[in-house]
Design a protein around this ligand. Structure first.
Ligand code: ASP
Length: 410
């Protein structure tokens, strides 16, 4: 999906977004009925996620050649994720301390949303235990991406260590990978329509809270959006330029369809197929790096989510008139980073993970009820930044010596 076609789809998606917003607002009833088209588009994206993740991770890992390189690449990738996520949380903390969107507010109307209540008993330790799937097919059927990644990493690692016997299996996954990517290309052709339907129906359903975005919790939304912008427009592009020498503007333009898909679906996982296609084909990043770095990134590298959690936690503290000490803010920094790693790449996951952050500093979970109404919108903004961060991560990691030195073996 390069050249003229790619551009047409991008323009189509921009037009679809504008039409969806206007249509959802002014002729809401009509656009609510387009939801079914949006759901079909979303399902098509989700349909390819499991085979795409398994095949691409296995291909990526086996193409690295030896297990030592795999270890180094994983370590460098994780370090990169942690550092960039840390930077984003700092931006969020600075912004929310400067703008103090919650001061003078009141906790009136606070409640614990059902989705949040359901995860109350879980701990970050559960996330850790869940990394090792007891049943790989169950994990696949339930769309648990992280356990699938762990399995694929291990499976790919041993495949490349068993020599001749492993070769036909590797070739099999190379074939699956190529076929799935082709399928992704076909799905992307329907993106303009899917985007219009998804945006149109969500705007129509949330017309009432559009007012809240600009009124009572407007300053909170603005703080989140401004902080996300700083990270997306300043920090990440600087990292891209510094480590790869690439033009951030061109890179951004080439990622257009993925960013629009992220905004529309509010899901890094559902966007993953599109992200992979564009990073590889349009931005021409080494496919061995993308197939390894992007599936991992879609689940654990969430700069936007981490930043959001920090801003939301401090906003809630300000509303409840709780003065947080420096140590408590450091705890928020750490838990927001960890919670973003543990959050799944699906809508609202980040807000549900707020339970851990708030609990860590003894803030009332009811505070989540105050920000829930606008989460449908802020979720889209942070998911877009998550995907932007992932795509830049792929370019940066592809510059590491492990990829520069090894030749393509697949
Ligand atoms: N929706 C986000 C994502 O998929 C996660 C979150 O809720 O922050 O990246």
């Amino acid at each position: 999906m390069t050249g003229k076609h790619g551009n047409l789809i991008l323009y189509g998606m921009v037009a679809g977004t504008i039409l969806g917003v206007l249509g959802g607002y002014f002729v809401g009833d009509l656009f609510i009925s387009t939801k079914v088209i949006g759901t079909m588009f979303l399902n098509a994206l989700k349909m390819v996620i499991v085979p795409l993740i398994v095949a691409s991770m296995i291909v990526g890992v086996t193409s690295l050649g030896d297990v030592g390189k795999l270890g180094w690449t994983t370590l460098k990738t994780l370090t990169y994720y942690l550092v960039t996520t840390g930077c984003s949380v700092i931006v969020g903390l600075v912004m929310v301390n400067l703008l103090t969107p919650g001061s003078g507010g009141s906790p009136l109307g606070a409640y614990i949303p059902e989705m949040v209540e359901a995860s109350r008993g879980n701990s970050l330790l559960d996330v850790l235990v869940g990394l090792i799937p007891s049943n790989i097919f169950k994990a696949a059927a339930e769309g648990q991406i992280l356990p699938l990644i762990v399995f694929s990493l291990l499976f790919g690692g041993v495949l490349s260590s068993i020599g001749e016997k492993g070769k036909p299996v590797i070739a099999f996954f190379v074939g699956i990978n190529a076929a799935i990517m082709k399928l992704v290309m076909i799905i992307i052709y329907f993106a303009p329509l899917g985007v219009m339907a998804l945006i149109g129906s969500i705007v129509a359903e949330n017309r009432d809270t559009l007012g809240q975005l600009v009124s009572n919790i407007g300053l909170y939304s603005l703080t989140v959006i401004l902080a996300l912008l700083v990270h997306a427009v300043i920090t990440l592009p600087l990292i891209l330029k510094f480590f790869t020498g690439r033009s951030p503007l061109k890179y951004f333009y080439n990622m257009g369809e993925a960013l629009a898909t992220a905004f529309t679906t509010a899901s890094s996982s559902a966007t993953l197929p599109v992200t992979m296609e564009l990073v590889e084909k349009k931005n021409e990043v080494d496919s061995r790096a993308t197939s390894f770095v992007l599936p991992l990134g879609a689940t654990i590298n969430m700069d936007g989510t981490a930043l959001y959690e920090a801003v939301a936690a401090l906003f809630i503290a300000q509303i409840y008139d709780v003065d947080l000490t420096m140590t408590q803010q450091i705890v928020i920094f750490l838990t927001a980073t960890l919670a973003s790693i543990g959050a799944a790449g699906i809508p609202h996951a980040g807000t549900v993970m707020m339970v851990f952050v708030l609990t860590a500093v003894n803030l009332p979970l009811e505070g989540i009820g105050l920000i829930w109404a606008v989460d449908w919108f802020l979720d889209r903004c942070r998911t877009t930044v998550n995907v932007w961060g992932d795509s830049i991560g792929a370019a940066v990691i592809s510059e590491t010596k492990e990829f520069k030195e090894s030749s393509v073996t697949t």
